[in-house]
Design a protein around this ligand. Structure first.
Ligand code: GCB
Length: 728
């Protein structure tokens, strides 16, 4: 018999870097907390990049009843980032890595009174990932903590937090069978393994044949089997598994069980407004309900190992998952061992989840480190580790846009993926299309995917002339409309993941009217509001539940004679009513655009297949100030109305590339760029030495480059005047 006792309750918490004896002595004065807990729920989300990164102590006495059993193990499902376990004053373990589970044996150390003290530390250091990334590194004991009592003869509990059982199903699609190998680890002599009603008594492992196998078939039918293993002592464990075949083709993209199954979905971080990463099972389920509503068939669980409960939900809901470790942004000379141990734990702990299709080696690792032999070696070591531990899955990595496509690092993982933010941080939307076309033409034999893309939007901001950098809900929607089409036209993309489903905490950010948040979510951080772009994807992906959505509901006050009413729907015909009168009917797909005259206040209603949505909008005389985030940038657009520009001469609306080619105009912009570069230092050097970036900038208009560089109104106008004096 195995007894698992949850010990989330009854802890004392001290936020202090004190020695263990002091922590124990002071415990009574500590704050009473119940797990899951983080000390950064508030300061990790309010901006300023000043959240507490240090040591927290969690102290608790274990009762006699909790300690009963022949052998006793402590199970910590998540301690961010580094933990040390002290039991009755003795240090028993140290664990480095804030996202994987670990266990410690307590038996043999028990006394009459038993005091458990766990120190958790999220300070910066040079060995444990992540250290540099765009999200808050919450500190705390933020997942469940359990005691596991087992008989003397029991399944392995210590090695990398293993479940003690590993199931490898190999499916024959033609014969409709699965050969299922179950391996177990234990200290006994034999084990009874049961799969699908059949039991085998073996030493360690057994293989079963399932006839007429019911497949784990994605969203349609994510069927799960269970494998159970039992020792003569009575110790028993079980795991669910699924029978499926994943495959990737460089031309045709992803395949599930032999049929084309383009992976189209979103990324998720594990945090929530006001709670940090200390999520409950209810929180996980609520997130999954939103993912189901959206209709995504894949999730990238970024940028680290997520909770087991969440992979379970993905198994149950048929969501194909990209799982990864936090080897991110910047390679650390002393972090090699940590990348390997985090990957070992990820694979050991997650192997049985049928939802997981790929292991991610790293994310944007060349953003702040050079592609040198050390970096390559670390990736090769990770890649080999993945293949050794799991020959059934592919490896991938998420590359940063400025990584040259001929870089040798791209040859390490089995399949490739790029994070591209053209049309948001840099460049124009169309450069994404060009990027993939170039890549695919140059490397037709390589599998390529789109691991991140997105644009920040604060649903308080609105515009009828949305543009990059304005943080409006309308620009985010336009951005994603472009990307959706781009993706639909390129079926070879094995997976695409919107960055991100939810706004999330990045305490170092202060932008778009909010402190400490990355606002690329399709849904707000508190999950209360779905931005318009959410419904674009819902219209494209969720074919089950008919719906119609009117965009711009929060854009009530509009200063224009005629306004655009945009509707997203998964139906093929949409009717629009204004003040009860039918204004138009349109056939199409996903996006439906109407233009209507605006006189006063209007009630707008959209209808499709018996569903409807309505909103009120109003004509106003002056642009509504509260809708504009960056007032200076917003007015820049208005300085250069097309009418004021002589198209036969150069202007700031031409691309840097076009202007550069002209003998007279070229040197002028070069001089201006050089001046900017000397003022900006490092970043400018990175641009100078990077041909990919150079090419990309060449395609940007002078105006967007200048705005991005923070140029003021006067200097932009002056350059425009000079350029207007030069005939093309
Ligand atoms: C990235 C990173 C991700 C960031 C995202 C952004 O490429 O991988 O962690 O949050 O960009 O929003 O800038």
């Amino acid at each position: 018999m195995r007894k698992i006792t949850n010990i989330n309750g009854g802890w004392r918490f001290l936020k202090a870097a004190v020695p263990p004896e002091t922590a124990m002595n002071w415990a009574a004065r500590g704050e009473e907390v119940t797990l899951p807990h983080t000390w950064n729920a508030i300061d990790g989300q309010d901006g300023g990049n000043d959240y507490h990164r240090g040591t927290g102590w969690y102290v608790r006495e274990l009762t006699e009843e909790e300690c009963a059993g022949e052998r006793l193990f402590l199970e910590v499902k998540g301690a961010a980032m580094t933990a040390e376990v002290f039991f009755n004053g003795e240090k028993l373990a140290r664990h480095e890595g804030g996202y994987s589970a670990f266990r410690v044996e307590l038996s043999g150390k028990l006394r009459e009174k038993n005091a458990l003290a766990i120190s958790v530390n999220n300070e910066d250091n040079t060995t444990v990932y992540p250290q540099k990334a765009d999200f808050t590194f919450y500190g705390g004991l933020y997942r469940d903590v359990n005691l596991i009592a087992v008989p003397a003869e029991h399944f392995e509990l210590l090695r990398d937090g293993t479940p003690g059982i590993k199931v490898t199903p190999v499916v024959d699609l033609e014969k409709k069978t699965a050969s299922v190998t179950v391996e177990t680890w234990h200290n006994g002599k034999s084990v009874d393994i049961t799969v699908n009603g059949e039991t085998k008594s073996v030493e360690r492992e057994a293989t079963f044949l399932i006839e007429n196998v019911r497949l784990w078939d994605g969203l349609d039918d994510p069927y799960l089997y269970t494998a159970t293993a039992k020792l003569p002592s009575g110790d028993e464990i079980s795991t669910r598994f699924g029978c499926r075949v994943f495959a990737c083709d460089p031309e045709k993209g992803f395949f599930l069980n032999g049929r084309s199954y383009p992976l189209r979905g979103v990324s998720r971080h594990q945090d929530l407004k006001g709670k940090g990463n200390a999520l409950s099972f209810e929180d996980h389920k609520a997130d999954m309900a939103i993912i189901r509503e959206l209709g995504a068939n894949t999730l990238r669980l970024a940028h680290y190992q997520h909770a087991q409960e969440f992979y379970d939900l993905c198994d149950e809901n048929g969501i194909v998952v990209w799982a990864e470790i936090p080897y991110i942004t910047m390679h650390m000379h002393d972090g090699r061992e940590n990348t390997l141990s985090q990957m070992r734990e990820l694979i050991t702990q997650c192997y049985n989840h049928p939802c997981i299709a790929v292991w991610g080696l790293s994310n944007e690792i060349t953003a702040a480190s050079a592609v040198n032999e050390e970096l390559l070696e670390n990736h090769r070591a990770l890649n080999e580790l993945c293949h050794r531990m799991d020959p059934t899955r592919l490896t991938t990595m998420a590359d940063v846009f400025m990584l040259e496509i001929d870089s040798p690092i791209l040859q390490i993982p089995d399949i490739n993926s790029y994070n591209l933010y053209f049309g948001w941080y840099l460049g124009e939307l169309e450069q994404t299309d060009e990027f993939f076309d170039e890549y695919h033409a140059k490397y037709p034999e390589r599998v390529i995917g789109f691991s991140e893309y997105g644009a920040d939007a604060n649903p308080a901001f609105h515009s009828s002339r949305p543009e990059k950098g304005d943080y409006t809900e309308e620009y985010q929607a336009l951005y994603h409309e472009h990307m959706l089409k781009m993706i639909q036209a390129r079926p070879y993309l094995w997976a695409t993941h919107v960055w991100n489903l939810f706004d999330f905490a990045a305490d170092g950010r202060d932008e778009g009217g909010k402190h400490g948040e990355n606002q690329k979510g399709l849904v707000t951080f508190d999950r209360q509001l779905r931005k318009d772009a959410f419904y674009l994807y819902k219209a494209a992906w969720n074919k089950k539940e008919p719906f119609v959505h009117l965009c711009g509901k929060r854009y009530v006050m509009r200063c224009e004679e005629e306004t655009e009413i945009k509707v997203y729907s998964n139906q093929s015909e949409v009717s629009l009513y204004v003040d009860g009168t039918l204004m138009g009917k349109q056939s199409g797909e996903t996006v439906f655009r109407f233009r209507i005259p605006l006189m006063g206040e209007h009630l707008i209603r959209a209808e499709a297949a018996g569903c409807s949505d309505s909103m009120c909008i109003r004509r106003v005389d002056q642009p509504e100030e509260s809708y504009i985030f960056n007032k200076a940038a917003a007015s820049v657009t208005n300085w250069f109305d097309a009418d004021d520009i002589d198209p036969t001469c150069f202007s700031v609306q031409d691309t840097l590339g076009e202007i550069r080619q002209h003998p007279q105009a070229g040197p002028i912009v070069d001089a201006m760029m050089a001046k900017g570069a000397s003022e900006r230092g490092d970043v400018a050097d990175a641009v100078k030495d990077n041909p990919a970036l150079q090419r990309m900038m060449g395609r940007m208009t002078m105006l967007s480059l200048l705005k991005q560089g923070g140029a003021d109104e006067q200097s932009i106008k002056q350059l425009n005047r000079v350029l207007q004096g030069i005939k093309k």
